[in-house]
Ligand binder design. Structure first.
Ligand SMILES: C[C@H](O)[C@H](O)CC(=O)C(=O)O
Ligand code: MG
Length: 394
């Protein structure tokens, strides 16, 4: 059978939730007081939207093949990403065989090296890459996990990220990761409050339920060490993204300084095999947490994950819903997955990319059967009710 070629690449943007899951309405737990690198400025401490966490919006990449098959994917990159896709990356895709994903990835990455490497450019490349995998799956009528070598387990198990680990426990999740609220700018009193919150949550969930802190790049080494030592009494399973992503040296020190048995995890704002190589070579963490929509897509995650396996590290991707699930299902070193609680009060399970995708599967009792992932591609559809714009064409 002749392999179709890529006929057209289109980039759309959309606001309100979706892949830019921080773009939520006022009062949502994800925009409450959460420690960030901006917390040292009192005017930017109480909400993350105050410093522009939701400025990007979602990018939707649609790729149409010569036989009419269409693949698509979403990520966080908004208008900037749409510009990059339409005015720069499309040239490396249109006319290519839809099977030549490795070649297209290499051309997109190398052509953008002079202004890219990480951040929104690699988010954008990731979105294109995911759309290519979706297209291939649609054409072959196979789920992406089958294209990746097939699942190694029958169901996925999830921990939940959100403000209410106690409710996540009742919903059947294996653990709850809560945002750290108080940053070093709030001194010892803030540290006491952080530990008191953990103590309170531990008293609600009992001894065996996993509890984790997500520090979202907000701490310094000394504070992170004190937090980890204080949290030991309440059985904190891991301390996540404690330091800025570029502080590889700090992470290596932190990993040596936390109490025995407590894990140091990071990587959601890291990108490419070279970034993750640094984290692993310098022994910065126990578990790496690439976001498949930000780290370079599935094509790059395959390499990152193989490297991690050789280093004896687990790969528990950050969020990303179906884009992660199809990958996690196929890897021995990804034994569980994250589910981000996007209900405003974190009191029920709603699709992570709500309202952008239709047919987005969600865990029930903290689990998702592989049979929920057996549709072609990533198995999701764009919600026609979402107001997509196409700000650039080529
Ligand atoms: C809750 C965290 O601050 C962030 O919004 C999500 C995240 O880092 C994670 O899911 O991990
Ligand atoms: Mg995190």
């Amino acid at each position: 059978m002749a392999v179709p070629t890529i006929k057209q690449v289109r980039a759309y943007t959309v606001r309100g939730g979706g892949a830019d899951y921080h773009d939520q309405g006022d009062g949502h737990w994800i925009d409450g007081q959460i420690a960030t690198p901006m917390s040292k400025y009192p005017q930017y401490r109480m909400t993350r939207k105050s410093f522009g966490l939701n400025v990007l919006g979602s990018l939707v990449v649609e790729i149409e093949a010569s036989d009419g098959t269409v693949g698509f994917a979403v990520t966080t990159a908004g208008d900037i990403g749409a510009f990059i896709v339409e005015r720069h990356l499309a040239r490396f895709l249109e006319g290519q065989k839809i099977t030549d994903i490795e070649l297209m990835w290499d051309q997109m990455f190398n052509a953008t090296l002079y202004y890219g490497r990480k951040g929104v450019v690699v988010n954008t490349i990731s979105g294109v890459d995911l759309a290519l995998w979706d297209l291939l799956g649609q054409w072959r009528k196979e789920p992406v996990h089958a294209l990746l070598g097939g699942p190694v387990r029958d169901e996925l198990q999830f921990y939940a990220t959100g403000a209410r680990p106690d409710l996540a426990q009742q919903m059947g999740f294996i653990g709850g990761k809560m945002p750290l609220r108080h940053s070093p700018a709030e001194g010892d009193e803030g540290l006491r409050k952080n530990l008191a919150e953990l103590a309170e949550m531990r008293s609600r969930v009992g001894d065996d339920f996993w509890l984790m802190f997500d520090c979202w790049m907000s701490l310094d080494l000394n504070y992170a060490t004190k937090l980890a030592q204080g949290a030991q009494a309440y059985g904190l399973k891991w301390i996540e993204e404690a330091l800025p992503p570029d502080d590889y040296w700090g992470y290596a020190d932190l990993k040596r300084q936390v109490p025995t048995g407590m894990l140091v995890n990071t990587g959601e704002h890291e990108a490419t095999r070279w970034g993750f190589r640094m984290l692993m070579e310098m022994d910065c963490c126990d578990i790496i947490q690439p976001d498949v929509g930000w780290c370079g897509g599935i094509t790059e995650l395959i390499k990152i994950s193989a490297l991690a396996d050789a280093y004896g590290k687990q790969v528990i991707p950050h969020g990303s819903s179906v884009y992660s699930y199809h990958f996690v299902a196929t890897r021995h070193n990804s034994p569980f997955a994250e589910f981000l609680m996007m209900a405003p009060e974190a009191d029920r399970v709603v699709p992570m990319f709500n309202p952008l995708l239709l047919d987005e599967p969600v865990p029930a009792q903290g689990r998702l059967s592989l049979s929920a992932l057996d549709q072609p591609g990533f198995g999701v559809r764009l919600n026609p009710d979402c107001d997509l714009a196409r700000p650039y064409t080529h």
